[in-house]
Design a protein around this ligand. Structure first.
Ligand SMILES: Cc1cc2nc3c(=O)[nH]c(=O)nc-3n(C[C@H](O)[C@H](O)[C@H](O)COP(=O)(O)OP(=O)(O)OC[C@H]3O[C@@H](n4cnc5c(N)ncnc54)[C@H](O)[C@@H]3O)c2cc1C
Length: 433
């Protein structure tokens, strides 16, 4: 910064260890949260090799098993390194008859993003009352340390806690069990668990994460999700229960009716079931005049790091910028493994990397390039909308949508996935061009 010119962050690293050392000193807040790096590599190359390994037929038969043929594409999908349409198309090519199950799971991600687009920051508030018989204020506000440290004594829960922190990934079933344990067996507010997941998951996403937590908690579903030991043992091939010191006397022993009576003793008398109001989807207006820009810059953000994204395709070769949002990094306190994953994605893209206040940095970059506008990829995140508004006070901003996964009719009700999916599933099963 010696001449008042914002310094770009480094892009030249001999190996991963050198990158990690640089990130540890450049992002001390994230390193203080957890300085460990996950084995999963960021970037399109790694994403494409993971995509080449998907097996939609085995997926449909085994996805609920912890050892099942799940894709592990979530971190790439979360950051748009792969699009949902690309994965859908690949699944249809590989196994046209068996792809439906995988496509419907991709549909959950698309659905949650659309709900996020409607409720924005409301994703942090209970969307509905708990249907557990407990009032929201009776849930603890913070996570007990035995859970985050993996020291509850429950072999399964402790293993999931360690795996989350070490790998930045958990199988969907493990996420459901861990979330149910936190919210229902320990009576902790789902928001505390959601923040913990977002700090560590490489796919951490306020849309899929918070709304899944709310689904488990029952603040975005008709009933709380719980499990018993038999269920966990079935889908884990018994690997945790076998050696668990609490085997036979753990919190999860017993039939569902017994557990429900113990966990939700007030449910039937105190919880009136009220049908929640519809959540209406309205498509965003994407009018733009790309042709009016003769010398644009591209601003990339964390929802689309695909080298074939609409912005990079439409204006390939234009000066391109990424900005680490320093204030947000402090606010959200994500771990270093998430930063490393994103950084590796950026290193495969032709992009200048900076840090600071995002809108201010984009405008400074645009001014230095004598740009007449900013091109970017669409996002449903409320933070994106705020930055876009600030940019638009100074320069035209062109927001380009990605190839849609489905095109739901305006006004469709997003309150429950199953009702929504019945209406759009047929179109999701068609390959897009
Ligand atoms: C408490 C909780 C928190 C979660 N937090 C996140 C999160 O922060 N980010 C995230 O992407 N997913 C989240 N999920 C959803 C799901 O668990 C993960 O997407 C999935 O486990 C990722 O593994 P995979 O790529 O092997 O999935 P696969 O089973 O192979 O599915 C393929 C893709 O479909 C999408 N998908 C599958 N299941 C779901 C689902 N239930 N909800 C939304 N998308 C789905 C994902 O993009 C996934 O990569 C959460 C689920 C729970 C219960």
């Amino acid at each position: 910064m010696s001449h008042g010119k914002p310094a770009a962050m480094r892009r030249d690293f001999g190996d991963r260890a050198e990158l990690v050392a640089y990130l540890q000193s450049a992002f001390p807040v994230a390193a203080a949260c957890d300085a460990h790096i996950a084995a999963t590599m960021g970037g399109r190359r790694a994403a494409e090799s993971a995509l080449a390994r998907i097996d939609p037929t085995a997926y449909a038969a085994t996805r609920n098993q912890l050892s099942g043929a799940v894709t592990r594409l979530s971190s790439y999908l979360r950051h748009g390194v792969l699009s949902l349409a690309e994965v859908r198309n690949a699944a249809l090519r590989i196994a046209p008859q068996a792809a439906a199950k995988l496509i419907s799971e991709l549909g959950w991600r698309d659905y949650y993003r659309r709900v996020y687009g409607v409720i924005g920051g409301g994703v942090w508030r209970d969307l509905e009352p708990y249907k557990t018989g407990w009032q929201a204020h009776t849930y603890a506000a913070t996570l007990p340390v035995d859970i985050t440290a993996g020291a509850t004594g429950l072999a399964c829960i402790d293993a999931f806690s360690r795996e989350l922190r070490t790998t930045g990934y958990l199988h969907n079933h493990a996420r459901m069990w861990l979330a149910a344990y936190i919210v229902h067996f320990r009576r902790v507010r789902w928001q505390a668990g959601a923040r913990w997941f977002l700090a560590h998951l490489l796919d951490g996403d306020p849309a899929s994460n918070n709304l899944s937590w709310q689904w488990v908690a029952s603040t975005f579903s008709h009933k709380p999700y719980i499990f018993n030991r038999e269920n966990l043992e079935t889908y884990t091939d018994g690997v945790y229960c076998r050696d668990c010191p609490l085997r036979g006397r753990c919190d999860f022993e017993g039939a569902y009716s017994v557990l429900e009576q113990r966990l939700f003793p007030h449910r039937s008398t105190s919880t009136a079931v009220v049908e929640p109001a519809p959540l209406r989807y309205e498509p965003a207006h994407m009018e733009h005049n790309l042709a009016a820009l003769s010398h644009p810059i591209i601003w990339l953000h964390g929802d689309n790091l695909n080298p074939h994204s609409p912005a990079l395709t439409a204006a390939g070769g234009a000066p391109t910028l990424w900005v680490w949002d320093d204030a947000q990094l402090v606010r959200t306190s994500i771990s270093l493994k998430r930063i490393a994953f994103l950084y590796e994605c950026l290193l495969e893209l032709p992009v200048t990397i900076r840090r600071g206040d995002v809108a201010a940095e984009v405008l400074t970059f645009a001014a230095a390039q004598r740009a007449d506008g900013v091109i970017t990829n669409a996002s449903t995140a409320p933070g994106f909308a705020a930055i876009r508004r600030r940019l638009a006070q100074t320069l035209p901003v062109v927001v380009l949508p990605e190839v849609p996964f489905v095109t739901p009719p305006p006004g469709i009700d997003l309150r429950r996935f199953s009702r929504y999916w019945r209406k759009v599933a047929a179109s999701a099963m068609q390959a897009s061009t």
